[in-house]
Each structure stands twice: as C-alpha cells, then as structure tokens.
Design a protein around this ligand. Structure first.
Ligand code: NAD
Length: 244
C-alpha cells in the first residue's frame, strides 16, 4: 500500500515554551514542522528546526505584510495540514493603569494576526483536505484574571472566533478547536507579576503548574485521526474544573 504522505504542521510562537514542546511533539508524530517566531528568537528557532528536521521563519506576526509572508512560506510547502496558532503575549496591568498600546498590542498578536493569517490561507486554498486548526486560548479567557483584562478579553474572543470558524468550515472536513491551558510554567508565566502568577496558579484544578508537554499532548490529540469528529470545542488542559 502507498505510504501515508508526510503531513505539514505550522506552529507559531515555536520558540516559546508551549510552541517548542508542540513542534517537537508533532515532529515525533512524523510531521514536517514549520516553526515561526520573532526575529529575536532566531537562535532558538534555528536550533529547534535543526533538532526536529523542520524549517523556520523568523518574523513578527503582527507586523505589516506578515500574513502574506507567512502564506507564501506555506505555499512553498504545499499547504498546511496542522495549523497551531500558538504565538501570544501578555501585557499585564490593572485596568486603571493599562495603556491603549498595551490593550492594542495584545489584541494585535493574540487575535488580529490569527484572523489575517486564516483569511489569506482560505483565499489561497492552502488549508489542505482534512486540515486541523488549533488555537491557544486560555483559562484566563474563561474564568478571568483581574490583572489580565486585555489578555482575558483576547482569549475569550478567540473562543468565539473558533466556534464561528468551525461552523464556517464544517462542510469542508477541516476542524477548528481551541485549547485553554491553565497555568503552565513557561517564560510567559515566569515574567508575570507575582499577584498575576498566584491568581493564575489558583485557577488550575491541581493547584500546580502544568508543563508545556501537557499542552503539546492535547494538541497532538486534536491533530490525530481519532479527533476527526471534534470541531468547535474548547479543551481545558490543567485548567479549572466546572466544579471549581
Ligand atoms: P512563551 O512566551 O513561552 O511563548 C510565546 C512565543 O510567541 C514566544 O516565543 C514569542 O516570541 C512568540 N511571539 C509573541 N509574539 C509574536 C509575534 N508577534 N510574532 C511571532 N512570534 C511571537 O509563552 P507560552 O506560555 O508558551 O504561550 C504559548 C501560548 O499559550 C500563548 O498563546 C499563550 O497565551 C497561551 N497560554 C499560555 C499559558 C501559560 O500558563 N503559559 C496559559 C494559557 C494559555
């Protein structure tokens, strides 16, 4: 029988904690992974791409023309089978002190960049048959975190976006799901003010930090054949249970 063709994955924020774990995990499943992150992250992106025999693109996803550049790279790879929108930022501040730039910056990376990329991939028909799209939301967007109003809002909006996009793509067989991690130990959470860190950690059902590998495992599941009937879902990982 013919060998299964190699699937292509695209992971944004691949130099970060969850992104790198995800790139490694998907490569372990035999995928060819395009790792995308900021120009400043090029050294670790380079090492990662070499390690997993993948490719890399160093770019600011919220910059002008970013979506076009990314879509060109995807076209050269023959489309994408597993799209992981993982790049994300925090600009934590109480609302009273938050600047417009901190609000807009979070929305630009966590939301607008994703919409722009998806719109162009759709236009170009570069989501391959049976593709899986996975967006990194957060428990912060469900339970809320007082020190993260902008971030919570962006991650909640992403859940609505995923729901609408899943319906829009339903007839195509392409699935779109969100992962809502609880508190995961990465550079992002290490940078947080202590109060935000503590509040975030309390949201986890297990009252301890999860690992990037925990999240990568859930992403690998959503990308796997058995997850084919799942779309428009929000999967909480190390997150708050409904019983609190
Ligand atoms: P991280 O800071 O370790 O990684 C994020 C990566 O995204 C970084 O390498 C960063 O350079 C990259 N990035 C940011 N802006 C970018 C841009 N404009 N263009 C290109 N790359 C950009 O953070 P992480 O904890 O691994 O987070 C990954 C995702 O998971 C984020 O969307 C985050 O919001 C989400 N998340 C994290 C946690 C947590 O507790 N760590 C919880 C819930 C959700």
């Amino acid at each position: 029988s013919a060998a299964t063709p190699t699937r292509t994955a695209l992971v944004t924020g691949a130099a970060g904690g969850i992104g790198a774990a995800t790139a490694r995990r998907l490569a372990r499943d035999g995928m060819r992974v395009l790792c995308v992150d900021m120009p400043a992250a090029r050294p670790s992106l380079d090492a990662l791409a070499r390690e997993i025999n993948g490719s890399l693109l160093a770019m600011d996803l919220s910059g002008p023309g970013a979506a076009d550049e990314l879509v060109d790279a995807v076209r050269r790879l023959g489309g994408v089978d597993v799209l992981v929108h993982n790049a994300g930022i925090t600009r934590d501040r109480t609302l009273a002190r938050m600047t417009a730039a901190e609000w807009d910056g979070v929305m630009a990376v966590n939301l607008a960049a994703i919409l722009a990329i998806d719109a162009r991939l759709d236009d170009a028909g570069l989501l391959n048959a049976g593709a899986r799209e996975i967006c990194l939301s957060s428990i912060s967007g469900i339970a809320g975190n007082a020190g993260q109003t902008n971030y919570s809002a962006s991650k909640a909006a992403l859940i609505g976006y995923v729901a609408a996009r899943a319906v829009a793509l339903d007839a195509t067989g392409i699935t779109v799901n969100a992962i809502a991690p609880g508190f995961i130990e990465t550079a992002m959470t290490r940078r947080m003010p202590l109060m935000v860190r503590e509040a975030g950690r309390r949201l986890n059902s297990l009252k301890q930090g999860g690992t990037p590998a925990d999240v990568a495992e859930a992403i690998a599941y959503l990308a796997s054949p058995p997850a084919q009937p799942l779309t428009g879902q929000v999967l909480r990982v190390c997150g708050q249970s409904l019983l609190g």
